[in-house]
Design a protein around this ligand. Sequence first.
Ligand code: ARG
Length: 274
Amino acid sequence: MLKKNIAKLIAILLIIPIILSLSGCSQKTELEKKESKLTSIKKTGKIIIGTSADFPPYEFHKEINNKDEIVGFDISIAKEIAKDIGVKLEIKDMNFDGLLAALQAGKIDFVIAGMNPTEERKKKVDFSKVYYTTVQGIIVRAEDKDKIKSLEDLKDKIIGVQKGSIQEKIAKKQITGSKIKAIGKVSDLILQLKNNKIDALIVEESVGKAYISKNKDLKLLDIKIKAEDDGFAVAVKKGNTDLLEAINNTLDRLINDKSIEKFIIEATELAENK
Ligand code: ARG
């Protein structure tokens, strides 16, 4: 009887360290899983970004040597991030309002799309430091420019905004009494404006400038609208801290050596075809 009990005790004592080491072990793999984003990107040899390439000079389609390519300021930055990590860059072009869901689902590794790191978005994803700031603008048909002197004059008009953008919020909050039409691509909103389907379009002023340089029948209003947040940042899936750190390191480098300024000039020239 006594012998049996001693045997049991020994068995238990032997099992405890095994259990402890097992649980310790599984904790470690959990940790490894969390830290492995950058490692897994390096292993596959490519990094996949998501963007909405309707947003010159930040990201837009351009025919280069008879080939359709996605270029722009954000794309130049993304290329530098890929270069610093030592992998190839793959670009997925989608509607702006689908980007964060694609990121959360792990279909893309980061989002760079002239995106403002709003409090609401921060609940879903993590953001890098702000790499650029802009102001808001309103595009209208050239013949309407002089008729619209204030936001008040936009009452009863149809205002176009990109679906899921901060401009959609701005329109709803600041231009009361107007009808708001939210659609997926800014390029389609431009067509709608030209075809009298909408009367005004809210976008970042720099994007407005890029479009009006190509469309002489459109003009930017002199009215300024205030946004809560005018800075652009890169988004990663929550918890991808090592990737975020790598992105911030590249951004630091590009800000410090003034590449950011150079990229924006190059992209603007490319967008306006000078
Ligand atoms: N800055 C605005 C936002 O974050 C609009 C960005 C739209 N970007 C684009 N690539 N279409 O909501």
